[in-house]
Design a protein around this ligand. Structure first.
Ligand code: F6R
Length: 605
């Protein structure tokens, strides 16, 4: 969703270049228009338009936008089409205040009506534009910017990360947040505010996470934080980001997505080397709970399904996977004996935040499986497992999906040890240790084949992904990835369910991807393959190595080493599907890193 950067520094030479580069690094969040504002000689210079960061930068004369304080924004349209007028920054009537915003001001219609009656002129259809006009009004009443912003916090409904500059304070940036992320970055001479860490990662790794109902003022090398409800200052020291600036670069790969698929093995290796004590505690909390509810969205939801397959089947625990935006359905059964497992790469997905907050209020213990350190969900959680995947820039999750599933496996492994299920625990331990190498082997071996399959399926209108048991998660994640970045309609079904409707769509060369490991699902899956083949489908299988029978039946196959059979499969079996999605998108000429209409971090409900 919207990308935010604010910079205040002593040097005026490179400000615009840094704003531009920072927005480039936020492109992965998804956007459709771009804008910059720089405080310069008691006026605000603005350049904005619909289009890509590079396009808007090309239309901007950087030499006319000299200053030491500026803001940049990439907008993902919600209120009003992607147009120049609706692009941020938005200003007040006198052009003294410029505002950028991520989130939705829920009461903007009423506020706009009142402000219009007072004579304010609006130039966009956005909800955001009420903010500069409201501030203008409050300043005219004699309030300082800080007082005006405190009052604004009592007026605005909805969610926001706001960054504001004013001509009367050419070295100051004001930031305020509620439910949408804002991270501050500091050095000796510079201060930054951003929607996400990669924006300022090359300039500083000292970061401060702003919390809800906080206002921060930034000056070059200085920051102050206030609680907007009490007006009191808040003391918070920066924490050091361990991600390196290189981790947010393509590093020679044509796309972030391919780089991230290649990083998957290393990510799991890093996770394996990390602290286990919190994982042990979480395993115990799950074993002690009456019921377990998972809450997540999209890919993270598919990863969370692993919890059900592992804990329900082995320990007889009731596990209810819940799509975060549908959390109300499970609220009545949440109590203090419930454990909620919240899975989220960003830790900022608003649907998941809302669900987790409600569950916490009802007494549930919250376990967060998250990538971004210090993100909102981690602050609500009782226990946290960081998946240690580093920055994921490609909009479509790949390495973080695997890292989320892996984190759940590790918890499961600890639960096996705690319940003395040693044989299974030993098998799992071996597979867990080997899995980073196996992933790297699969990526190396299967890229060429994925490219060939992409050529074959690129013109398909639709595709199915069929799996059984834990590999339904593999199928669901595979189908989501294909549709997100190649725009081929793809659906996943439990393979058994395919006969109850979907089979009606099958015609000659209809692509179907089967997840067909050598376990108790194999015979039934073979039956499903034969049914589909008989109707002309083009069949692709992810199979266990040397499964001669399946090799003969399928049109194409990817082979996975045997030790991942049974409940350990949904990491290695996923890799070929991520590769197929990537190569289908690129074969069709689409940019897999920035799929249309999608945003990396979904911060509106
Ligand atoms: C799909 C994808 C999304 C996210 C979802 C949740 O490739 O990336 O479906 O998984 O928006 O995001 P997080 O994990 O940040 O909560």
């Amino acid at each position: 969703m919207c990308g935010i950067i604010g910079i205040t520094q002593n040097n005026s030479e490179d400000l615009m270049e840094k704003l531009y580069q920072s927005l480039k690094r936020l492109e992965y969040r998804g956007y459709d228009s771009v804008g910059f504002a720089v405080l310069s000689q008691e006026s605000i210079k603005i350049s904005k338009n619909k289009g890509k960061v590079d396009e808007v930068a090309k239309q901007t004369d950087f030499s006319l936008m000299k200053g030491t304080t500026g803001i940049g924004h990439s907008r993902w349209a919600t209120h009003g089409a992607p147009t120049k007028e609706n692009a941020h920054p938005h200003t007040d009537c006198q052009n003294k205040i410029a505002v950028i915003h991520n989130g939705i001001i829920s009461n903007f219609l009423q506020l706009r009506k009142e402000l219009t009656q007072k004579g304010h002129i609006f130039t966009s259809e956005t909800d955001t534009e009420v903010v500069p006009h409201l501030l203008e009004d409050l300043l005219q009443q004699g309030k300082s910017m800080k007082e005006a912003l405190f009052e604004l916090a009592t007026i605005l409904g909805g969610a926001y990360a706001l960054v504001v500059i004013h001509t009367s304070e050419p070295n100051k940036i004001y930031c305020m947040k509620k439910e949408n992320p804002l991270i501050l970055g500091v050095t000796k001479d510079e201060s930054y505010a951003a929607s996400d860490i990669p924006a300022f990662l090359p300039y500083t790794r000292e970061a401060i996470t702003l919390r809800d109902d906080e206002l921060a003022t930034l000056e070059p090398g200085k920051y102050m934080i206030y609680n907007v409800k009490t007006g009191k200052t808040v003391s918070r020291k920066p924490h050091r980001i361990t991600w390196t600036p290189d981790a947010a670069q393509k590093g020679g790969y044509p796309h972030f997505m391919l780089k991230e698929i290649h990083e998957s093995g290393q990510v799991l290796r890093t996770q394996l080397a990390s602290e286990i004590s919190n994982v042990e505690q979480i395993a115990q909390a799950i074993l002690d709970a009456d019921n377990i509810i998972t809450m997540a969205a999209g890919t993270a939801f598919y990863a969370s399904l692993t919890t059900q397959y592992l804990f329900q089947q082995t320990f007889g625990k009731i596990v209810i996977p819940t799509i975060a935006s549908e959390y109300e359905t499970v609220l009545p059964i949440i109590n203090k004996n419930t454990v909620v497992v919240a899975v989220s790469q960003s830790g900022e997905t608003i649907d998941t935040i809302k669900a987790v907050k409600e569950a916490k209020q009802k007494g549930a213990k919250i376990i967060a499986i998250v990538n971004v350190v210090g993100s909102t969900i981690t602050r609500i959680a009782d226990h946290i497992v960081y998946i240690q995947a580093g920055p994921e820039i490609g909009v479509a999750a790949t390495k973080t999906y695997l890292a989320q599933v892996f984190a759940i496996w590790r918890i499961y492994h600890q639960a096996l040890l705690k319940t003395n299920q040693t044989t299974l625990a030993q098998q799992l331990q071996k597979a867990i240790q080997n899995i980073p190498d196996e992933i790297e082997r699969i990526v190396r071996n299967d890229e060429a084949k994925a490219r060939d399959i992409a050529k074959k399926i690129q013109n398909a209108q639709s595709a199915f992904y069929l799996g059984r048991g834990i590999n339904l998660t593999t199928a669901l994640e595979g189908a989501l990835k294909l549709k997100e970045i190649s725009y081929i309609h793809a659906e996943a079904y439990p393979a058994g369910e395919s006969k109850h409707g979907p089979i009606a769509l099958i015609h000659k060369n209809y692509p179907i991807i089967f997840i067909a490991p050598n376990d108790n699902t194999r015979e039934k899956i073979i039956g499903n393959i034969m049914e589909m083949k008989a109707r002309g489908a083009y069949t692709i299988g992810i199979i266990e190595k040397h499964d001669q029978e399946l090799k003969q039946i399928l049109h194409q196959y990817f082979e996975i080493n045997p030790q991942y059979s049974k409940q350990l499969q949904n990491i290695p079996y996923q890799i070929p599907l991520h590769l197929i999605a990537y190569y289908t998108a690129t074969t069709k000429g689409h940019d897999p890193d920035y799929p249309r209409n999608l945003a990396k971090s979904v911060t509106v409900e």
